[in-house]
Ligand binder design. Sequence first.
Ligand code: APR
Length: 174
Amino acid sequence: MAELIAVQGDITTMRVDAIVNAANTSLLGGGGVDGAIHRAAGPELLAECRKLGGCETGNGKATPGFHLPAKWVFHVVGPVWQGGGHDEDDLLSNCYQRCLELAKAHHVRSIAFPAISTGIYQFPPKRAARIAIDTVREHVDASDVEVVRFVCFDRETLEIYEHILEEPPRVPIG
Ligand code: APR
């Protein structure tokens, strides 16, 4: 089983094989963590993203990290929170699962996730953290990932993740 840890910090500084970007469907940058990653990676990242032709919600695409410490950036598009009745939970879970598929394809052993969709997209942070941790726990062993860092930008988010990570993993019923 991979090691899952929560840390507080700026994902652009993380020295891991891959960092995950909470992007939008254009993949052409934005605010929040998307803006921070593009600023830190340099203009080559946008030039590379222009070749990708966008990405639908719940899916993700990989690029090099360019000037980032991380070798790869996995750009995923999380759901905008619309009250919970528009498959938001499944679409968010798909983002984490897709990142682990990309991790396997790129032989990644360490990966850092931001709290996808919980900023501008307004997904409730506790609900999102539960989905993130449950999805990673369920799918990480199918990849070669040994270390998963949930990078929280603020103390409140860190405490949410730490609380859930302290609980024993849920055993799927049936
Ligand atoms: N490092 C780690 N986490 C960060 C950083 C950073 N440098 N900057 C912001 N965050 C955190 C936010 O505090 C939030 O917890 O990332 C989480 C996701 O917030 P957003 O970046 O707003 O992403 P999201 O809610 O998924 O909205 C995506 O925002 O930036 C645009 O282009 C992006 O349209 C897309 C939308």
